[in-house]
Design a protein around this ligand. Structure first.
Ligand SMILES: CC(C)(COP(=O)(O)OP(=O)(O)OC[C@H]1O[C@@H](n2cnc3c(N)ncnc32)[C@H](O)[C@@H]1OP(=O)(O)O)[C@@H](O)C(=O)NCCC(=O)NCCS
Length: 185
């Protein structure tokens, strides 16, 4: 049997995920302009939770629904989309008036390492700052500790082990920008 080469763009893209197709069609400037927003429509919410599930639950054979917890209604949710494809998500909730927690950070594999995780995290931190919290905490998977450390989070101790194998590290950050700290003495 003779194999035909996939010469057209459409044929090449048929082998890629929707998110990879989106990024392949974007310029660097267009990528830099992507910004975080709150999911608004039913379709956006479905897509938001689907990315969470695909990145944070599916690889461990966890069912749909396992990507949600009892705090969704009280939390602040952000997503980055391009051409209606969800590329990155993250969530912030309050543990107390003084403490906010970041959870469920996930970036589509085709886009990891292109600044989207940082954009989501910084926008969640801005939200925490606007609520006047004194600290932001999170439980980082081992693979993400370097990412959070780069954003100013410090390790405060070991965290839970999820699904019997994913070890977490507890991390913490003072959301007050250092320059403001210095000015206020
Ligand atoms: C962890 C994750 C959210 C980071 O998002 P990302 O979009 O890939 O990261 P960014 O491109 O925004 O990286 C921002 C900076 O952190 C660095 N960085 C990213 N991931 C890193 C890692 N795992 N270790 C060390 N540094 C990392 C980047 O090099 C970049 O550095 P720069 O400031 O020099 O440019 C994303 O990779 C992801 O979804 N991973 C899989 C799911 C996961 O582990 N989620 C976290 C659960 S706690």
């Amino acid at each position: 049997m003779e194999l035909t080469r996939p010469d057209t763009q459409a044929a090449r893209f048929a082998f890629l995920s929707p998110a990879a197709v989106v990024i392949a069609g974007m310029s660097r400037d267009q990528r830099n302009e992507l910004s975080a927003k709150e999911p608004a429509t039913g379709v956006e919410w479905d897509s938001y939770f689907d990315l969470r599930w695909r990145i944070l639950r599916k690889p461990w054979n966890q069912p749909h629904g396992s990507e949600r917890d009892s705090l969704e209604d009280k939390s602040f949710h952000l997503m980055i989309q391009a051409a209606a494809v969800t590329l990155a998500v993250g969530r912030l909730h309050l543990n107390s008036p003084e403490e906010a927690q970041v959870r469920y950070m996930a970036v589509d594999p085709a886009h990891q390492g292109s600044g989207l995780g940082r954009k989501i995290l910084q926008a969640l931190e801005n939200r925490a700052r606007s609520q006047g919290v004194k600290r932001i905490v999170l439980n980082s998977r081992a693979n993400a500790v370097g990412f959070y450390a780069r954003q100013g989070y410090e390790t405060i101790g070991p965290g839970e082990t999820l699904f019997g194998e994913i070890q977490h590290t507890k991390m913490c950050k003072d959301p007050t920008p250092p320059s403001v700290d210095k000015k206020s003495g």
